[in-house]
Ligand binder design. Structure first.
Ligand SMILES: Cc1ncc(COP(=O)(O)O)c(C=O)c1O
Length: 396
């Protein structure tokens, strides 16, 4: 289906059909084009495709029919003009940020970031003369005050990893645009189903497709979505010339993952909500964070910009690291890991994994206590998940 044919359909339908390209064989399931390159019918056609005078595939570092199907399906779901797929979520973040800046430029980002995103901004881009200011993403005055004349990019995740803070995308986009900068939003925790940053004013959305989009622990992948102009100005050449590309095989796995995304995320979110209700006021827990709860500190922003809560819950158990480890080791169903958004219920201890690189003071500033657990609801029966959590808490 072309984009004009699918425009009238709802997200659940787009997830199954959008972007499908059918070969001459009329296959029902999307084909896996496991090819590095293409054979041209003539030297003239080859020349025309290389020069861009004629459309068509050239080399799978930057174009392949299976990648195109994944990108088109993502673009229609997100309401974006264009998309590019990448090998990982970090390749998407790095490409989207690096493509916009040069030495002397400045980035403003919320300090509550996934550890690798923070490293890219502070350490890696810093090596090339790009400076950055990290702000409290909840405080609009801090975003405004961080602006310099060299500021080119604003960057945030919302909800954040792992503290599930929620930031006002529309308000931050307005500040970015007044400063002549672009806002990039990492939408991994909300998923394309529950939050649409482009419609709220963001200029670019990035995903780790490794999370809910695959959602079955198989492959890594990423995606960058924006206007056609943004992609052509900042993203296309970097992917074409430097090659942080998605493999056609992984694009195919992710394409099939998209087909079931809505039913999986809906079920995971219902289970996460049920877990948060079951843990409310539990004596072994010092803090419970759930974006779908009316008690969430940014519940008004959640209502304004998200269509549902989240498949993740922040659970801070009493007793610091020791308490957290007793809880983790007491779980029999949930797996201890650093991934999320999977069919299997997963738990992560950010202090010793994803946010290990930060100093204790930096973690304290972000509200990442030693007892905090990031809980990612899976597709098991919700009662089994709740029973697992409650019985592990008895061991704390
Ligand atoms: C919010 C967020 N952004 C980006 C990434 C990076 O994704 P990937 O592991 O696919 O590189 C992750 C997780 O790893 C994440 O949680």
């Amino acid at each position: 289906m072309s984009s004009s044919e699918t425009r009238k359909y709802r997200p659940e339908t787009l997830l199954v059909h959008a972007g499908t390209l059918r070969s001459q064989f009329g296959e029902m399931s999307e084909a896996l084009f496991l090819t590095q390159g293409y054979i041209y019918p003539s030297a003239e056609e080859c020349e025309a495709r290389f020069s861009g005078k004629k459309p068509g595939y050239v080399y799978s570092r930057y174009s392949n029919p299976t990648m195109s199907m994944f990108e088109q399906r993502m673009a229609e779901l997100e309401g974006a003009e264009a998309a590019r797929s990448t090998a990982t979520g970090m390749a998407a973040v790095t490409t989207a940020l690096m493509g916009q800046v040069k030495a002397g430029d400045h980035i403003v980002a919320a300090k509550a970031l996934f550890g690798s995103c923070r490293w890219v901004i502070e350490d890696w881009l810093g090596r090339f003369g790009v400076t950055s200011t990290l702000v409290d993403g909840k405080d609009l005055a801090q975003w405004k005050n961080a602006v310099r004349k060299e500021t080119k990019v604003f960057f945030m995740e919302t909800p954040t990893n792992p503290t599930l803070e929620v930031y006002d995308i529309a308000a931050v986009a307005e500040i970015a645009h007044a400063a002549g900068a672009k806002l990039v939003v990492d939408n991994v925790f909300a998923t394309p189903l529950y939050q649409s940053p482009l419609a709220l004013g963001a200029d670019c959305v990035v995903y780790s497709a490794t999370k809910h989009i695959d959602g079955q622990g198989r492959v890594l992948g990423g995606c960058i979505l924006a206007s056609e102009k943004f992609i052509m100005d900042y993203v296309h050449q970097i992917i074409r010339q430097t090659g942080p590309s998605l493999s056609p095989f992984n694009a195919w796995v992710l394409l099939k993952g998209l087909e079931t995304l809505s039913v999986r995320v809906q079920r995971q979110t219902e289970t996460a909500a049920a877990v948060s209700v079951a843990l409310e006021g539990h004596k072994k827990i010092s803090r419970l964070i759930y974006p779908g709860s009316p008690n969430h500190p940014q519940a008004d922003i959640v209502r304004k910009q998200m269509r549902a809560g989240s498949s993740l819950v922040g659970i801070e158990v009493k007793g610091g690291k020791e308490g957290a480890f007793r809880f983790l080791n007491g779980l029999t169903l949930a797996g201890i890991t650093n991934n999320l958004g999977d069919a299997k219920t997963l738990v992560t201890h950010p202090t010793t994994t994803t946010h290990q690189r930060l100093t204790p003071e930096q973690r304290a500033e972000l509200g990442i206590g030693d007892g905090l657990i990031r809980f990612s609801a899976g597709l098991e029966h919700p009662d089994d998940v709740i029973e697992d959590v409650l019985s592990a808490l008895e061991k704390v």
